[in-house]
Design a protein around this ligand. Sequence first.
Ligand code: SAM
Length: 226
Amino acid sequence: MPGASPSLPTLIDTPDGSRTAFNARFGEAYGSRFGAAAQARHVFVEGTGTHTHPAPRVLEIGFGVGVNFRATLTDTTRRGATLEYVAYEFDPAPVEVLRAVAEGNEGAEHPAWLALLDAWPTLPTLTVETEQVRLTVHFRDVLTAKLPQEWASALYLDGFSPDRNPEVWTPEVAQQLAAALAPGGVLSTYSAAGRVRRALAAAGLSVEKRAGPKGKREHLRAVQGE
Ligand SMILES: C[S@@+](CC[C@H](N)C(=O)[O-])C[C@H]1O[C@@H](n2cnc3c(N)ncnc32)[C@H](O)[C@@H]1O
């Protein structure tokens, strides 16, 4: 990134024209190097059925650099749907990184995104409200958070990989996430790991493998019973 301080996370251009960034603490990219926006759309927006929901309520574990939020915002804005979005993030990236990752990409000029950049990060909780969007980012560890109960139509489980960020993929967290889903709500994640599938199933969700986005054979989606 021209002119950036060397301590800022490195930006990564991905083949679909979107960007992600490298997180040094976890030694991983925030999103897919094969297409960050494509993964956001395929795994999270479409994988949870958010793209057809009349008024989605999304709960995200790991707001990161906001790629999933912008993909969701772009979809609901295009359809004229309202969006409630609640995210948890315990290590906010510098605002310059959120801005640079988004620049020239979908949602970057949306008033809700611009308001988010203006306020980022407001501890402990940042709220943005426009006519059709209400976004809340809780800057805290999701492991000790009290999640909304039976609330989410969609849950984006987007921690770093189970090997590097194992604490968000445990059966105990899966139980909490299942309780946060409304009846019929859908959790989706880029991971297809057996231990993740077993944790979600043990939490009472109906888990299935679905074809993955570019660079990933499969990913998991898990449905809360009606
Ligand atoms: C793969 S990145 C998320 C990318 C993001 N969804 C996006 O669209 O840019 C994982 C994120 O989860 C956050 N995270 C990891 N463990 C967490 C925890 N226990 N509580 C809250 N956030 C956590 C990390 O700081 C990181 O920002």
